[in-house]
Design a protein around this ligand. Structure first.
Ligand code: FES
Length: 283
């Protein structure tokens, strides 16, 4: 059992929880994830690690309430327990000192971007972060990202903070102005990562994306997280989640993910009806 030691609301429907998990923190590296189950009948929820501290054993996870299980997770309070957390899972990326990296993060993708940006920063790499959200209220990890970045640019869909428009438009402008980072890392919604990869391909800049594909077992057994990379089927839970963004078949992946939206919506509606509506879970 893992007791929730801290819970924080970062933005509407985006929450942070911290648990004591020293065995996971000892091995966790940037880009890896965990799978948790709240109770015996709970769905497995894959969450990328937002931070891990080897000294204190504190594991930080950030999630957005998008379906039944994440909404249920969001209703837990400090002091409540999670039945099990498995991890770290996935293949960690080798992070080495480079001259410059650009971190493009959208929405809740800023949380898993943080350990990557931090790792590059600690090695002395120049880190330029581009952070996008729907509105100013939805921007998360602003202070943390500013601490580990040399420059930070913001965008919001409604123009309430930073550039009005997509974060990939800032990326495009920087590359058009002559910036040539060693690597671009993109983490966020699939359409954002697809757009980032399309922009960087034009300029021949290496791009790594982190695929939050649908996962079930997280160990390469079920096949639900399959993705086509360079014409070959890969399982993002064991061979990823990081892949060469120029080789991922995003169109296929987006079509696959959209297939489950109706079922997700129905499950959430049933769950909320069962707990008496959704007003009480924003704590
Ligand atoms: S989640 Fe089952 S194979 Fe990857």
């Amino acid at each position: 059992m893992y007791r929730i030691l801290k819970k924080e609301m970062l933005a509407p429907k985006i929450k942070l929880i911290q648990v004591y998990a020293p065995e996971i923190c000892t091995h966790a590296r940037p880009g890896q994830f965990v799978i948790l189950r709240m109770h015996e009948k709970g769905e497995r929820i894959p969450l990328t690690i937002a931070d891990s501290d080897r000294d204190t054993g504190l594991l930080t996870l950030v999630f957005q309430e998008v379906g039944k299980s994440t909404t249920e997770l969001g209703m837990l309070s400090e002091g409540d327990s999670i039945l099990d957390i498995v991890g770290p899972l996935g293949t960690a990326r080798d992070i080495e000192k480079l001259d410059c990296v650009v971190c493009v993060a959208g929405g809740v993708g800023v949380a898993p971007m943080y350990p990557e940006a931090k790792a590059y920063h600690l090695l002395g790499t120049r880190v330029i972060s581009l952070i996008g959200a729907q509105t100013k209220d939805m921007l998360i990890f602003k202070d943390r990202m500013e601490k580990v970045s040399d420059e930070v640019y913001y965008s919001t869909d409604d123009g309430s903070f930073g550039h009005k428009g997509f974060v990939t438009e800032i990326l495009c402008k920087l590359l058009e102005d002559g910036l040539r980072p060693d690597e671009v890392i993109a983490i966020g919604p699939l359409p954002m990562m697809r757009a980032a990869a399309r922009v960087t391909e034009r300029f021949g800049v290496k791009t790594v994306v982190s695929l939050n594909a649908i996962m079930v077992d997280g160990t390469g057994m079920c096949g639900s997280c399959r993705v086509t990379v360079d014409g070959e089927v890969k399982f993002s839970c064991v061979e990823g989640p990081a892949f060469d963004g120029h080789k991922v078949d995003f169109d296929e992946l987006i079509a696959r993910q959209n297939r489950f939206l109706a079922e997700e919506k129905l499950a959430l509606e049933r769950y909320l009806a069962g707990v008496g509506g959704c007003k009480c879970h924003q704590k």
